[in-house]
Design a protein around this ligand. Sequence first.
Ligand code: ATP
Ligand code: MN
Length: 465
Amino acid sequence: MKDLRRVRIAELLKDPTPYIGKEVDVKGWVRSRRGNKYVQFVALNDGSTINNLQIVFDLQKFSDEQLKPITTGSSIHVQGQLVESQGKGQSVEIQAENLEIYGTANPDEYPLQKKGHSLEFLREIAHLRPRTNTFGAVFRVRAALAYAIHKFFTEKGFYYFHTPLITASDCEGAGAMFQVTTLPLNDLPKNEDGTIDYSEDFFGRQSCLTVSGQLEGELGATSLGAIYTFGPTFRAENSNTPRHLSEFWMIEPEIAFADIRENMDIAEEFIKYCINYALENCKDDILFLQEHFDKGLVERLKFVVENDFVRLPYSEGIKILEESGKKFEFPVYWGVDLASEHERYLVEEHFKRPVILTDYPKEIKAFYMKLNEDGKTVRAMDVLFPKIGEIIGGSEREENYDKLLKRVEEQGLDGMDWYLDTRKFGTVPHSGFGLGFERLVLFVTGMQNIRDVIPFPRYPKNCEY
Ligand code: ATP
Ligand code: MN
C-alpha cells in the first residue's frame, strides 16, 4: 500500500470535486459484493455516513483468490482513483489499484448477511446491530442531538453542571431506585432490631443510583444562574413499555429567576432547536429512516418545529377528555394521573399538535413544585408529544422555605436539609424541567421502541453486553 492519508467516505461524497481524478485512500466494512467475471463491485461503508462508496475491482488486475475474503462484514483498505461513476445509484466510484484485507467475516457465521432482519432479532445481537444501516442512522442522529443540546444551552449562557450518579438522598421509600452497596449480600451486618447496618457499607449509609439530577441541579442554578445536566439516570421500575428504560439519559435545565411561563418558553424553543438541528444536519439518515420505517417522519418533524405548542391547564384537559365520548382503557376524572392514551388523545386527536399541560393536582406531582393560590394545584408543566406522550416533565419550584418544609414533612422525607438551605439562604423563584433524551431520539428517528435508540438498552431481565 502507498503512504496516503485516509479520507472518510462522508467527506468524499459530500463534495467529490476536489478528489476526482486523484488517488484516494479509504477504509471500511464491506456491505455487499456483486459483479461478473470481468468486474466486481463492492459497496463500502465506514460508518461516517449512511451512504456506501462503490469500489470497482477489475478482474484483470485482481484475481478471484485475492477478492475471495471480500464478503459482507469484512474490513478492507483500498487505494485507487476516484472517478465519476458510469452506473446508476452513485455519482462517484473508486477504481481499485491496491487492496489490503484487515479482517474477514465468515459468511457461515456472520449474522448480518441479508437486509431486512427484524428489529427484535437485531436487539438480540445488540453488539453487532450498529453495523446495520438502520442503527448506524439512529446512532448518528443520537450523537447529533447530543451535540445540539450542548450547543443550545451553551449559546444561551447555561453552564453544564455535573450532578452525582450515586446519591444518598431520597433512597428511603423510593422503590424505583437501584441500590449501590459493597456489603456481602449473603451475610448482611444487622442492627439489634434486625435492620441492615449501613454504617458498615461503603459510604457508611444507604446509597442508590440517581433517578434525577434535579435537586442537586437546583444548587447549581441558585449559584450559577442557569445550568443544565446531561447524564445517565436509573429507574428500577418494572415498566416493560416501548417508552421506558432502566438506564436512560436525561437533560435537566434549571433556571434561577424563571417562572413557569419562561420555563415553557425555553422548553419549547429548546426542543424545536434540537429537532431542527437534526433536520438540517442528519438529512440522509432521517430520509433513510423515513423510507424504511415511518413515511410521515419529515412532515411530522417539520410540523412540530413550525407550529406553536398548545398550553392548557390540566383541569381543562380533563374536561376535554371527559367530553370526548371516547372509550379509554383507564378512567378519566379530576385528580387522575394521565395515562399515555389520554395524553396521546389530546395531542394526536384533539389538538393535533404538541401540548404543554400545566397546573396539575398537587397529589400526583412531586413535593418541590410550587403551590398555586388555589391550594389544590401545582405549577407543573408536562410537554406531550405525538407518538410519545410525555417527553418533558417540569415545574416552577416552591421557593418559600416554610411551604417547602411542610411538603417535605408531609412526604416524610429525611436528610433534605442541604436542599432546604437553597430556600433558607437567598431564595429565588426558579424553574426547570427534565427531557428524556431517548424519547427525543425516538421522536426524531421515527423508531417505535425506545430499546432501539440507545446502543445498549437496559430493561427488566436484560443487561447483556
Ligand atoms: P412517565 O410518566 O412517562 O413514566 P415520569 O413522569 O416518570 O414519566 P419524569 O420523572 O418527569 O417522568 O422524568 C422526566 C422525563 O424523563 C420524562 O418526561 C421522560 O421523557 C423521561 N423518562 C422518565 N422515565 C423514563 C424511563 N424509564 N425511560 C426513559 N425515559 C424516561
Ligand atoms: Mn415514570
